[in-house]
Design a protein around this ligand. Structure first.
Ligand code: DC
Length: 218
């Protein structure tokens, strides 16, 4: 007799991966479909980075970043200047500081613990929710991801050569992978989803299949 499907009391779905791999679109759609809250954890680091820039300080300065993280409020996550090259670089810099990551940990755990959630980021399956019943590591080739980011920027009227977008993405991914504090890497029990040749619908279908296999949801 096969074991009944496991239903987690608080189903946390952890979605990690590099920039512009399609995590956000996928995570938002999964959350909507499953009726779960959604948190884009990159916004936390983006907002902290932006607050450091507002203060005229260097995002790599641990004291300036600590002051920013202490001042962080929910409305900062809704700012409209959290995307673009300067915000990307500031977010990557503050994200490599252990004190910043430690200060944001409880908020992320609290968000998912109450009634489950879909969270996307870099360390959700490895650090924030190592026991999450569903973990996806979403990736795509660097040229595919750079092109997607370039199209997003273009749609917002931000002009940047594709080659520069790709180079900045390569550098930022390398920072995320090489940092000592919670580096970007797949959890041992994560399912890999390569979206290089998948459109958003196909990526969603593949992700939903994984979720259904791991949770008792229809
Ligand atoms: O997902 P994003 O591009 O919005 O993330 C912005 C930056 O924050 C990026 O450099 C990776 C970092 N980040 C992180 O270190 N851990 C997370 N859970 C989410 C984002």
């Amino acid at each position: 007799m096969s074991a009944p499907p496991r239903r987690a009391a608080t189903p946390v779905i952890a979605i990690d991966g590099p920039a512009a791999a399609g995590k956000g679109t996928l995570a938002r759609r999964l959350a909507e479909t499953l009726g779960l809250p959604y948190l884009d954890t990159g916004l936390l680091y983006r907002a902290v980075g932006r607050l450091v820039l507002d203060a005229g300080a260097d995002p790599a300065d641990p004291d300036a970043a600590a002051a920013a993280v202490a001042a962080l409020a929910e409305h900062h996550l809704r700012r409209d200047d959290l995307r673009g090259p300067a915000a990307d670089a500031a977010a990557a810099a503050v994200a490599s500081l252990p004190a910043v990551r430690a200060a944001l940990l409880d908020f992320q755990r609290g968000f998912g613990a109450a009634r489950g959630a879909v969270l996307d980021g870099r360390d959700i399956g490895t650090v924030i929710f190592p026991d999450a019943p569903v973990k996806l590591f979403v990736t795509a080739s660097l040229p595919a991801r750079a092109r997607r980011r370039w199209l997003e920027l273009e749609a917002k009227g931000i002009e940047a050569p594709l080659a520069r977008v790709e180079e900045e993405m390569r550098v930022r991914d390398a920072m995320d992978e090489a940092r000592l504090a919670a580096p970007l890497r797949p959890a041992a029990d994560a399912v890999l989803l390569d979206t290089t040749d998948l459109d958003p619908d196909a990526a969603f279908a593949a992700a939903l299949k994984v979720v259904r296999e791991r949770l008792d949801v229809t």
